[in-house]
Design a protein around this ligand. Structure first.
Ligand code: GDP
Ligand code: MN
Length: 379
């Protein structure tokens, strides 16, 4: 779950981070009024996507007239497919330096990591890609937490200016505390600004909450905004299906997370791109199978369907009958490859062989290579 910048800032303020005092505005006149009270302001699109600055969603207004006009331009703007419905208006900062700081889940390190770079700002992705040595990374022992000596080590390694070195411990410890307390998998300030008069302020804030922890973060429920969610993933959540949208053309369904993940790998290995992950679980009934197939098929990119089933408790002949029936009820016209293994697999495959548009397969490799071949010939 992603939080909006203004929400993240609100939360980080409680952890002692220096955050500008802004107001959220829904209309140009509100932005004008805010500017009348604050003097020069920065007006920032509040959408759940990065790169707003480069997209023209962050602009400085020197007076109320400009504020009203700029807010009018940004409100309603489309940024990467999301419509801007609110802006954050804050006193503009005189920026001397932009620093990157972030805490994130480090899967390779099996811990949380702190990252700092003197090369913060809108080009941090490029820095990470081209000159990763400019980003200091400190692994945090989960039992010990972030130690002060580690903070010092990080700021020296990053080559920060003296005024930042002085302000850093409080900011970094606060950020880490917030990250842990909020069950985040990302808490990031980019840029942490050094102003021309030497103040250090969080000009931007990004927090992503681990979805698996949402149940114990009930205070964050009010922040939930589904506008940036993928519509198919949202629908899947509604009907209780384990579905992740990907970008390819091979629709995939299986009963068991491992089975589906392996199917994704095999499809890739066969030279095609999976369109989704969908695990319908063991012992799924016909209505779940139908709902799952319906979901996959509402992705317009799909040119072939690959089903990967292990028949344990549910017998393969029963599964096969279900698949053949679903092809009729859902009026599926794209080719379907079905890999069945387990109890009564031969009977199952025999049933599939009799159906139009369905190719049975005995192994996952065979299913994946058939699916890849069919995908390349198109719908
Ligand atoms: P992002 O592009 O979505 O990450 O949005 P940011 O909030 O990081 O803003 C992008 C850039 O706008 C920053 O890197 C700054 O260079 C600039 N910016 C942000 N706030 C201010 C401000 O108060 N004053 C000025 N002059 N520039 C700002
Ligand atoms: Mn930013």
């Amino acid at each position: 779950m992603k939080l909006h910048e203004h929400q993240a800032k609100e939360l980080l303020r409680d952890y002692g981070l220096p955050v500008p005092l802004g107001v959220v505005c829904l209309s140009p006149p509100e932005a004008r009024k805010a500017c009348e009270a604050m003097g020069p302001v920065v007006i920032k699109a509040q959408v759940l996507v990065g790169g707003r600055g480069k997209a023209g969603g962050v602009k400085v207004a020197r007076n109320p007239d400009e504020a009203e006009m700029i807010a009018g331009n940004i409100l309603g703007m489309d940024i990467k497919g999301l419509t801007v419905g609110k802006v954050l208006v804050e006193p503009a900062l005189e920026i001397a330096d932009e620093i990157y700081v972030g805490v994130t889940t480090d899967r390779a390190g099996r811990c949380n990591s702190l990252m700092i770079s003197a090369a913060g700002g809108v080009d941090i992705e490029q820095v990470a890609e081209e000159t990763p040595e400019k980003i200091a990374r400190i692994r945090i022992n989960p039992a010990l937490g972030l130690r002060d000596f580690q903070v010092r080590q990080a700021v020296f390694q990053a080559g920060l200016r003296p005024e930042v070195i002085a302000a850093a411990p409080k900011i970094l410890q606060g950020l880490y505390k917030a990250y842990i307390a909020l069950d985040a998998n990302l808490a990031e300030i980019n840029p942490l600004v050094v102003t021309s008069d030497g103040q250090v302020i969080a000009a931007d804030a990004k927090i992503v909450i681990d979805e698996n922890a949402e149940f114990r973060q009930s205070a964050l429920e009010k922040y939930k905004d589904t506008s940036a969610d993928d519509p198919l993933e949202a629908k899947a959540k509604e009907i209780g299906l384990n579905y992740v949208r990907l970008f390819g053309t091979v629709g995939i369904m299986g009963n068991g997370a491992g089975l589906v993940m392996t199917a994704l790998d095999e499809v890739k290995r066969a030279g095609a791109e999976p369109a989704n992950f969908l695990d319908i679980g063991g012992g799924a009934k016909a209505d779940i199978v139908t709902a799952g197939l319906g979901l996959i098929l509402s992705d317009a990119n799909i040119t072939v369907l690959m089903i990967n089933i292990f028949g344990g408790i549910t017998r393969c002949d029963e599964v096969a009958r279900g698949i053949v029936a679903a092809r009729k009820t859902l009026d599926i016209r794209i080719p379907q490859v079905v890999r069945l293994t387990g109890t009564n697999e031969e009977e199952g495959r025999e049933i599939l062989r009799g159906a139009d548009g369905i190719t049975p397969a005995g192994t996952m490799e065979e299913a994946a290579s058939t699916a890849a071949r069919l995908a390349s010939t198109g719908r």
